[in-house]
Every structure is written in structure tokens, then in C-alpha cells.
Ligand binder design. Structure first.
Ligand SMILES: Nc1ncnc2c1ncn2[C@@H]1O[C@H](COP(=O)(O)OP(=O)(O)OP(=O)(O)O)[C@@H](O)[C@H]1O
Ligand SMILES: [Mg+2]
Length: 291
């Protein structure tokens, strides 16, 4: 496999802040192959979303840049679709209409009306949303909204799928269903995926490589772990697999020993956990339809 598909080439970024310049990333370099599934993992605030947003073209690197299939990219484009943590669907449109909006942008003169309808329905079916495609976001659960967000991104036929903690706000069962769907979809469509996660099991289950970032400021890549587990991968089988558990331990060791965050006060951690818990509860309370 050629590693020259997506090249994150010596990327550094400085933000202007009221206190002066803040260097968030320092010399991040990574070459990603076509069809590869790469996860970014690292402590909160280290710069994962910044890396993803630079690839998406939503932020500009101060030094270095992004090269996709030989072309430098500086602005957003449909070949790099983004799935955010909180779906970002338009609330006044149905699931179908949300996907339609993206499909019209990309395939305006390339598909007939009928082809567009079939394509929208096909992508909603990929994430098992055909039964609720005419509902609006406030009529469906958090997991379903996230699935529509994934369908919308896939429907753009992106070369690269960028996902920023796509399953972070979901309950464990919904999350595992969506992880399985994503593995199946990626096996069939062979998109290149760059996904941010805080979940070590998710990273090992889904990835070909796990990129572990050092703590900021001036964060960079600390280590890269090759996940050489055969596919298809089954979470229940892997739970007892010695190599899987070894890889998992490697990531944990990186996060908790080699790049732990001793400066985070315990009280802050507790508050963070409480906030996450509250978000999850709100999400569950919102559920009108089972995912
Ligand atoms: N627009 C901005 N202006 C100033 N500083 C910023 C800006 N965006 C991000 N930062 C800073 O850059 C650093 C990296 O932020 P980023 O959002 O990339 O972290 P992250 O790894 O995604 O964190 P989390 O896991 O909490 O989402 C943080 O210190 C953040 O405060
Ligand atoms: Mg982030």
C-alpha cells in the first residue's frame, strides 16, 4: 500500500490568544495509506481536534501542510467529510433531507433525481436508518442522529472520512452497534478514516494504526502502534485474545505512564466525569425511539 495518499507534512500551528501566541501543535508528520483506518488518541486538550480540523481544511497550519493524493489542501472539500461528536444535523430537516442537502452539493449535475433518491436511501440503509428517514432530529435518539451524520458523510463519497469522537456521547450498547456498522462499511467502501477517540478498546478494535499524541502545548506524535489483528474483528472473540490485550495495554501504558497528566487536579477530573455523565443522561432522556 502506498503511504503517499494522505500526508500530514510537518504541521505546526499557533493560535493568537489574549495572552499571546499559543503553539498547539509542533511538527506533526504522518503518512496515511489509502483505505487505512487511523485513530488519534491522547489526553484532553493535546491537539487531536486541531489535527483533524487542519486535515478538514477548517484550520490553517502555521507551518507545514496537508497533501491529499498529491494536491495541497487548504480549505474544506467534499472529498474530506467530517463527522462531529454531536451530529450537527439541521433541526428543521428530516434525516432524509439532511443527507439530501449534502448529496445535492456533491452530485448536482452528475445524478438524476431518481439516482439521487436511491443514493440517499442507500446510505441511510447502510447505517440502518431506513425506517426513520422521514423523522426530524428532535424525533430520533442520539445514536440515530449520529447514524444520520455518518450516512450524510458517507453519501458524499469522501476519499477521507474524518471523525471527531463520533461515538463519544453514546451509551455503550449503541456505541458498539455503530462500531460494528462502521467496520462493515469501511470493509466494503474502503474509505480512508481518521478518527479521534478517548476509548482504548474502540481504538484497538477499529484501527490499523493508533497514533498516540504527547500532551500539549506544542503537542506532537509520541508513538504509533500498528494494530496487526486480522479482520473481520469480533469484539467478543478479541476479549480473550492475548495479542489484543497486549495492544490494549500498550496504549494504556502510553497514556497513563509515559504521558500521564500529573498536573490535572483530581477535583477537575471528578467534575469532568460528572459533566460527561450529565450529557449522557440528557442524551438518554432525549430518546424517543430505540437505536
Ligand atoms: N481557536 C483556538 N484558539 C486558541 N487556542 C485553541 C484554539 N483551538 C484550540 N486551542 C487550544 O489548542 C489545544 C488543543 O485543542 P484541541 O481542541 O485540538 O484538543 P483535543 O485534543 O481535541 O482535546 P479534547 O480531547 O478535549 O477534545 C488546547 O490547549 C486548546 O485550548
Ligand atoms: Mg477534541
Amino acid at each position: 500500500m502506498s503511504k503517499e495518499h494522505l500526508n500530514i507534512d510537518h504541521v505546526s500551528i499557533e493560535f493568537d490568544t489574549p495572552k499571546g501566541k499559543f503553539k498547539a501543535l509542533d511538527n506533526v508528520s504522518l503518512k496515511i495509506s489509502k483505505g487505512e483506518f487511523v485513530s488519534l488518541i491522547g489526553h484532553s486538550g493535546c491537539g487531536k481536534s486541531t489535527v483533524l480540523n487542519i486535515i478538514a481544511g477548517l484550520l490553517q497550519a502555521t507551518e507545514g501542510g496537508i497533501v491529499l493524493d498529491g494536491k495541497e489542501v487548504n480549505e474544506p472539500g467534499p472529498e474530506r467529510a467530517v463527522v462531529f461528536q454531536n451530529h450537527s444535523l439541521l433541526p428543521w430537516l428530516t434525516a432524509y433531507e439532511n443527507v439530501e442537502l449534502a448529496v445535492k452539493q456533491v452530485f448536482k449535475r452528475k445524478k438524476s433525481k431518481k439516482e439521487m433518491r436511491e443514493w440517499i436511501e442507500h446510505n441511510l440503509a447502510l447505517v440502518h436508518m431506513e425506517h426513520a428517514m422521514h423523522k426530524r432530529p428532535d424525533e430520533i435518539s442520539g445514536g440515530m442522529k449520529q447514524r444520520v451524520g455518518i450516512a450524510r458523510a458517507l453519501a458524499m463519497e469522501p476519499t477521507v472520512l474524518l471523525m471527531d469522537e463520533p461515538f463519544g456521547a453514546l451509551d455503550a450498547l449503541t456505541r458498539s452497534h455503530l462500531q460494528d456498522s462502521l467496520m462493515e462499511i469501511q470493509r466494503d467502501l474502503k474509505n480512508t478514516v481518521v478518527m479521534i477517540t478517548h476509548d482504548v478498546d474502540e481504538a484497538v478494535l477499529l484501527s490499523d494504526r493508533i497514533v498516540m499524541m504527547t500532551n500539549g502545548p506544542a503537542a506532537s506524535i509520541g508513538d504509533i502502534l500498528e494494530v496487526d489483528l486480522p479482520r473481520p474483528r469480533e469484539r467478543l472473540v478479541l476479549a480473550d485474545d492475548a495479542h489484543y490485550n497486549h495492544l490494549r495495554a500498550e496504549v494504556l501504558r502510553f497514556l497513563h505512564e509515559r504521558h500521564s497528566k500529573p498536573d490535572v487536579p483530581t477535583i477537575g477530573k471528578v467534575q469532568e466525569v460528572e459533566q460527561v455523565g450529565a450529557a449522557e443522561k440528557a442524551e438518554k432522556d432525549n430518546k424517543l425511539d430505540a437505536a
